[in-house]
Design a binder for this molecule. Sequence first.
Ligand code: TPP
Length: 553
Amino acid sequence: MPETAARLLAATLDAHGIDLVYCVPGESYLAVTDALIEFPHIRQIVCRHESGAGFMAYADGHLRNKPGVLFVSRGPGGSNAAVALHSADHDAVPMVLFIGNVGRKEMGRKCLQEVNWAKTYSDMSKMVIEVNDPALVSEATARALHLAQAGTPGPVVVTLAGDMLDEVVDAPVLGPRPLSPTVPTPADVERVAEMLRTAERPVVIAGGMLKGEAALAALARFAEAWSLPVCPTHRRASAFDGLHPNYGGYLGLRSAEEQMAALAKSDLVLALGERLSHTTTQVYTFPAAPKPAQPLIHVWPDANEVGRVWEPTLGLGCDPHAFIEAIMTEGPAKAPAGRKAWIARLNEIHRRVTRWEPASSNDGVVFGTVVAAIGERLAPDAIVTADAGSFMSWVQRYLQFKPSHHFIGTTVGAMGAAVPAVVAAGLREPGRQLVGFVGDGGMLMTGNELATAMQYGVPVKIFVANNSSYGTIRLHQETRYPGRVSATNLRNPDFSAVAEGFGARGLKIENDADVEPVVAEAMACAEAVVVEVRTSLSHLSCWTRIEDLAAAR
Ligand SMILES: Cc1ncc(C[n+]2csc(CCOP(=O)(O)OP(=O)(O)O)c2C)c(N)n1
């Protein structure tokens, strides 16, 4: 039946099971906003800024492993969404960004709000699909949703000529295309099994492509049956239970030196569902790039990635979960005699490094105190989001995550992600505990998603670590330009009062005595709550104090 291009688009989203889209409206794609009225089961969440809306779509893709969907308008809207695309690209998160474009007759004239999106987003997306023919809208949408998930997942951009969407065409509504399963060959599985059986000190690096209950349960079974230590990677903290005796240490931003010294002694690295990044590999040192010091087996669901930077002994362009299921049919394996001691050694370091030792300071609350109090009250199903910033070091080090949690933070360290992500988490998974960590810098980069949380009734718990500084940058400043503080001090609003202004609860932790009662109140609170923590600037991160940097000079 003939339909408008906009309705075809909405029907295609529906046919793909897309039930939630984020947007900041614009006149360039008003026809889609209108068409979605006919599809009430596709929730349209109206947001306040495209970077926040983008992080929400990113978080939705992160949680579901199906594309998060975002609609924005022409030059200003499409440009604002860039940071979410960049994050989804590095994090292999499936996402589709629809941009209402300028009209076809105006293209190429630098008309109002015109941007060449194919040029602009060619490096931040898997593909930019420009749709100028209404008969191709459904096909382009189906292609985008498919591409976002296939191989290495990531963001796809679809531009929609603004004057095309009300045109009526006779074109089919296309449904989802099957994703090709990527499985390892029996010969490769046998070879890996042999390498794992004979290695004295193997280590499994577990990354973000191992997602969902079944894959993470399979990882735990594999680690136990094959006697393997597991190291979750940067921003993938919930891949493996932090209290499991096979936990081999966290490979994140500045992992503990002792942990890295021990891991360097490994004689086999199995990277499972981890692309291997700058941060996870401690700046290309473990495993060393391009030639690792020990045999490397790299399992990632895309042959284009395997072997791109590191030279693996064996590269498997296959789904890591399928790999685990396949290798489990080869075991359980009898490990060499020294394996138990190897795992125990790594685990002992992990436990020591992550044991919270209470600390206090005379210039504010040491953020670890708050993190420890939250840890005691973290629900087994909590979704935890975190921004970039030094406050994050306490979260990473002292919160013990497990696979029933879901941790969201961008591997690129994009500030402004935590608040929109925790709101999106509540929209996708209502009923789960929702905890967001953000610095005072990050809170004002986005933070206006608190309005969205109030509009849609999402009971987020946001902890703002306020040290009145872009602390991370201050840390670099003290190291590289000692004593020369420039452009890092911040004068902030009263965050708890701002929260009250949005209609949320606003609480404050100003000293150590406030920590227990206020954290208890916030964690028990049934409504959206923002807790401003006046943190110590001296204790910038859990690894470094400003005075120590000064003393080291
Ligand atoms: C969008 C973005 N802009 C700038 C940076 C650079 N940057 C990294 S951390 C940081 C400061 C973070 O400050 P804050 O949120 O207050 O946390 P703190 O480091 O003080 O704990 C900055 C500016 C970034 N990572 N992302």
